[in-house]
Design a protein around this ligand. Sequence first.
Ligand code: F6P
Length: 376
Amino acid sequence: MYKTIGIVTGGGDAPGLNAVIRAVVKTAAGEYGMRVIGIEDSFEGLLGETRTRDLRPEHVRGLLPRGGTILGTRNRGQFVVRTNEGQLVKPEDVYREAITNLEKLGIEGLVVLGGEGTLAIAAEFDRLGFPVIGVPKTIDNDLACTELTFGFVTALDIATEALDRLHTTAESHDRVMILEVMGRHTGWIALHSGIAGGADVILMPEIPFTMQAVAEKIRERDRCGSEFTIIVAAEGASEAGGELIYQDKGDPAHAPRLGGVGNYCRAELEQLTGKETRCVVLGHLQRGGRPNAFDRMLATNFGACAVRAFAKGERSVMVALQAADIVTVPISEAIANIKTVPPDGQLVGTARATGISFGSPDEASYHTSKGTEPCV
Ligand code: F6P
């Protein structure tokens, strides 16, 4: 059994990171007598003059409800270099330096809290001989092999509250209100919050939309006496045959950043329908602040199970939620492909059945073929 393990947080922050850190420290110390060393500023803290801190149970008091990560998360693009041609390269000398430093620190295994990008870095450490266990973190919920990632449900709460608040102002002014939410190339946040927040239209990457179909939904609502419309748009949504919209194209250290589809739709829909239309970009409010009760519980369970996995001799796995239990799955499987929303899945069907439009061109025929009354 390892005497000392490290813990590192990578990628964008998500509510529940500190709750995982707390659970890892408490389980490692309390159940196995292991020492835990926190790596600061993500994997960057393992290069040059290392930046680490001892984490004992007294250091993690009060961490459960705290947002962000006490260890920091930074990406200077040293572990994954983006070439001018857009290729991603993992320079072995950088990993070797980090592994040498881990060994100098007496760290025998690393718990890595991250999404797909961070876990791909973790997998490279493992390939080069250093044991890792992954913990699935992202508000986007786009990691494969786990039903949920921690942070997602808190983000949903925030998006749902935003939709509730937009309802009352939209209704008062007879306006169209668009809420742009995060999610990268998946529509999990948009779909779940759209259903929970009673949106009229959900735009998401998995179902390309047409502006005409969305405009028709707005007109249909007007005809039925609801002169306002609430639209939730995932940042990765795009028009059928159209392109993704980016707020910036990225640089060698950073991936391109999605954003802008909400404002694009705002201008187009205002022109098509003649109705006053406003857009709110929810942005990092979805990531900041306290995790909700569910994410505190999930993060704690993930953290404890990650330490137990190391204690059982597992490596190169990610803890995952499957059928209400925490299991372990090979990291390689978790990072092979992102988990997208099944466009013909049950939840999309439920959304449609309750009158939500996805702005897809075939939608009118969907309603007629199902015999749905227009004013639902
Ligand atoms: O992956 C989490 C996420 O919040 C995405 O939803 C979003 O596209 C991205 O990170 C934003 O990244 P940044 O914080 O670098 O702007």
